[in-house]
Ligand binder design. Structure first.
Ligand code: AMP
Length: 394
């Protein structure tokens, strides 16, 4: 069965075509920096590897580029779109109704659309991907895997907000949790590596979006994002946690409209708001040249992560390992070093030499005498989605 996975992020699309159940990768690639004139498109098969920079304005044009690569006469891997049996879509917000992997129908699409205000950077792009894929790959089964699914185990004390009960009971106001596919994948890998299922883990997903999860005995028990993928850590363009009074002050005193505040907190804040850059690679280069905004933003970013490590160690009453994953977590030795610095009290001791080594598979980067393991684990949301698609269809 040929399964194409489309994983749309806020400004990127990752894709993989896999032969299931063997999980053999037929081709894979990414489109990064969507919305810019310098979007980077990568494409890799057994015989070809290309990286090009184009102007890619929208997720829709990104998907068109991916389709033309798959069908390319020289580098392509299929002759016809009918060779794709199923498409697995990552959708960020499934709300309360959709937790399990689901075959897409009109009702599911309506639900994804209705949840767009809660995930404005993602659900519209996810839905656009589904609509485009239905048009292009007419004969393929379309399946959706929700980011919220892994967090179905959050205990009520962690997911309920201290607001009148009616909002939880009747209006579905609660923390849902995101990046579930990634946190599930890397925590299972960590447990395999540790040879133990009954572990206390902190999984730190740092990409364009950033989140952190406390995982006890394989289950998500607390998480930094909440009702929408906006709370918690400082992200590329999202503020993460702020005092909600600031929103009222901006509207009532500074004269912003609510839409403007929403746009500002989701698209113009985070590392972009602090430095003028949203890509950590640019920020690291600027910081190395002495840009003080960039140096401070990196420190603030790591400081926020440290606070969650402290909190989640307390809620689990212990810790076995912390996991770094996703674009920044896997690649930025600087962020890992800033996070793990001065954590001796928690028995977290980073080995700087191991931290600086690059590798594409799981690696342990703590010192030998560190009680807490520090693991870098490449996430593979696409493989996890493909497995779920295959299970659903068979
Ligand atoms: P993701 O959402 O997981 O694809 O992560 C994308 C983000 O990872 C980019 O916006 C960059 O900020 C960051 N990133 C990717 N490669 C590197 C790298 N080599 N060093 C630092 N950050 C990186």
């Amino acid at each position: 069965m040929n399964v194409l996975i489309i994983n749309s992020g806020s400004s990127s699309i990752k894709y993989q075509l896999l032969e299931m159940p063997s999980a053999k990768i037929i081709c894979l690639g990414t489109i990064e920096r969507i919305g810019s004139t310098q979007a980077i498109s990568t494409y890799k098969t057994d015989t070809h590897k290309v990286e090009k920079t184009y102007e890619i304005a929208t997720h829709k044009s990104g998907l068109e580029r991916i389709t033309s690569l798959l069908l390319d006469t020289e580098m392509g891997v299929i002759d016809s779109t009918e060779e794709i049996d199923a498409i697995g879509h990552r959708v960020v917000h499934g709300g309360k109704d959709y937790v399990d992997t689901t075959l897409i129908n009109e009702e599911v699409k309506q639900k994804i659309k209705s949840l767009s205000p809660l995930a404005p950077l993602h659900n519209p792009a996810n839905l656009e991907g589904i609509l485009m894929a239905e048009e292009i790959f007419e004969s393929a089964k379309q399946i959706v895997v929700f980011d919220t699914a892994f967090h179905g185990t959050l205990p009520i004390k962690a997911k309920k907000y201290a607001v009148p009960n009616i909002l939880f009971e009747e209006k579905r106001v609660q923390a849902y949790g995101f990046h579930g596919t990634s946190h599930k994948y890397v925590s299972e890998k960590a447990n395999e590596y540790l040879g133990n299922k009954n572990t206390k883990l902190i999984s730190i997903h740092l990409g364009n979006g950033c989140s952190i999860t406390a995982i006890k005995d394989g289950k998500s028990i607390d998480h930094s994002m909440g009702f929408a993928p906006s709370n918690g850590l400082i992200m590329g363009t999202r503020s993460g946690e702020i005092d909600h009074s600031i929103i009222f002050y901006m509207v009532n005193t500074l004269g912003y409209s609510l839409d403007e505040v929403n746009e500002l907190l989701n698209k113009k804040s985070g590392m972009l708001g602090l430095t003028g850059y949203n890509d950590l690679r640019d920020i690291e280069v600027e910081a190395s040249k002495g840009n003080t905004d960039c140096i401070l933003a990196l420190e603030m970013n790591a400081y926020r992560i440290k606070k969650y490590i402290g909190a989640y160690t307390a809620t689990m009453n212990g810790l076995d390992a912390i996991i770094f994953t996703a674009g920044i977590g896997e690649n930025s030795s600087l962020i890992r070093q800033l996070v793990c610095k001065d954590m001796e009290y928690f028995n977290i001791h980073l080995d700087d030499a191991k931290n600086d080594l690059r590798a594409s598979s799981l690696r342990e980067i703590n010192k030998k005498d560190s009680e807490i393991k520090i693991l870098v684990i490449p996430t593979n949301e696409e493989l996890e989605i493909a497995k779920q698609v295959y299970t659903l269809l068979t």
